[in-house]
Design a binder for this molecule. Structure first.
Ligand SMILES: Cc1ncc(COP(=O)(O)O)c(C=O)c1O
Length: 399
């Protein structure tokens, strides 16, 4: 390695450690589950995973991944249009479209990739994308790319502020296409997009709406179909992107769900489709089983909602002030990054794994520990975590 670069990076890493913002990776030696085996720690309750309904270790989901591995092999061997598309991809894409209520869907190796491919493919210099201020990094980077590749215009509206969105839409009247994009559930806040209002405004200004439902697919709505189901507008969103790697339990993977024309256009032109391998078949197999499992077991979604409500209420009863909301993402704001990391370390010592988030993932001064509840947590798991919160909260003078 070049000596100058090596020295600079090492110095910066040392500074991260002195500032208390260095991220230490925790190694797990068991599947993702409500309790995991962590190297050097033994069994801990995990309260910071996206395994919202416990599917990442559900026997049918694991078995389907193994069956797909046996049937289709380990590698996809190239890009879909170059060396063939596996039937399991077609089956998965049909199941995903059915589940989220769109005509078609198109899989990617991650939702990051899906977002990266979306804006740059659909928009050019006659168009504008209007994005919520707190949208996920993958949307922000996807838009940056679109600005460079397609030379589209961009605007940002204040978080969930419909008056500001309307100003931005009015200002964009001359553009050919106005694309409004929002997270369905904002991952660091746990709040839900005002989707019915966004759709109403978008219709008024003849605009297109895209929603990244990564934290909502398999989570929100009575049957887990996402933000649109929660907001009573299922089937009305123009374009959805989402991940297979959170509630759907997958090792990775993402998708776009929309009209057949949008998915076909992305197949023709989206750079991650044209220049990167397809989703591994084993992952597609697991994801397909996960969708079928969720369709057959809506009670998992009910349990997830009950667990989230219980944990939130109990935190408040114990003197914590989590951000208000109704999703399984329950952040407790602590201020400085070092404080969030300290709380997370103390919780881990008490047998509970909750990650602390600081700048630049969240704004300066708004560091937090972010709890994520799963349908797979038992009351006993949640009560153990709550007891640890009380002990650590008292130690830090928070409650
Ligand atoms: C809103 C949102 N979009 C996209 C992603 C990226 O998903 P993936 O892991 O499938 O790339 C995430 C993951 O953190 C997310 O929270």
């Amino acid at each position: 390695m070049h000596a100058g670069v090596q020295t600079r990076l090492t110095q910066e890493l040392e500074q991260f450690k002195r500032d208390g913002v260095y991220k230490r990776l925790n190694h797990l030696d068991s599947p993702q589950a409500p309790r995991v085996t962590m190297e050097g720690r033994g069994e801990v309750v995990i309260l910071s995973s996206n395994n919202y309904v416990g599917l990442s270790n559900t026997p049918e989901v694991v078995a389907a991944g193994k069956a797909a591995l046996d049937r289709y092999g380990a590698g996809t061997a190239s890009v879909r249009f170059i060396c063939g598309t596996f039937t399991i991809h077609r089956d998965l894409e049909a199941a995903l479209a059915r589940f989220v209520g769109t005509e078609a869907s198109l899989s990617y190796v991650s939702c990051w990739n899906a977002n990266e491919g979306l804006f740059a493919t659909l928009l050019n210099d006659q168009d504008i994308v209007i994005s919520d201020q707190l949208n996920h990094a993958s949307i922000i980077d996807g838009i940056r790319l679109a600005k460079v590749i397609g030379k589209c215009d961009t605007a940002v509206y204040k978080h969930s502020d419909m008056a500001d969105l309307e100003v931005k839409l009015r200002d964009a009247r001359e553009h050919r296409t106005r694309l409004v994009v929002t997270d369905g559930v904002f991952s660091m806040e746990g709040d839900i997009a005002r989707l019915a209002d966004i759709l109403e405004l978008a219709r008024r200004y003849d605009s297109v709406v895209a929603v990244d439902d990564s934290h909502a697919t398999g989570v929100l709505g009575a049957t887990g179909r996402g933000t649109a189901e929660h907001c009573g507008v299922l089937g009305e969103v123009d374009i959805l992107t989402s991940t297979l790697g959170k509630a759907l339990g997958g090792a990775a993977g993402g998708f776009v769900a929309s009209s057949a024309a949008v998915c076909d256009y992305l197949t023709q032109r989206a750079r991650p489709q044209l220049f990167s391998n397809a989703l591994p078949c084993t992952v597609a197999g697991s994801a397909l089983a996960a969708v079928r499992h969720l369709e057959a077991h809506p009670e998992l979604i009910t349990r997830l909602h009950e667990n989230a409500r219980y944990f939130r209420e109990q935190l408040i009863a114990r003197g914590f002030k989590p951000l208000p909301g109704e999703t399984p993402i329950i952040p407790v704001i602590l201020g400085e990054t070092a404080k969030a990391i300290q709380m997370s370390e103390l919780l881990l010592e008490a047998g509970v794994f909750v990650t602390g988030f600081g700048y630049p993932v969240v704004p300066q001064g708004e560091a937090r520990v972010r709890c994520q509840v799963s349908a797979a947590h038992t009351r006993d798991d949640l009560d153990r975590a709550l007891a640890a919160f009380t002990t650590v909260g008292r130690k830090l003078g928070l409650v």
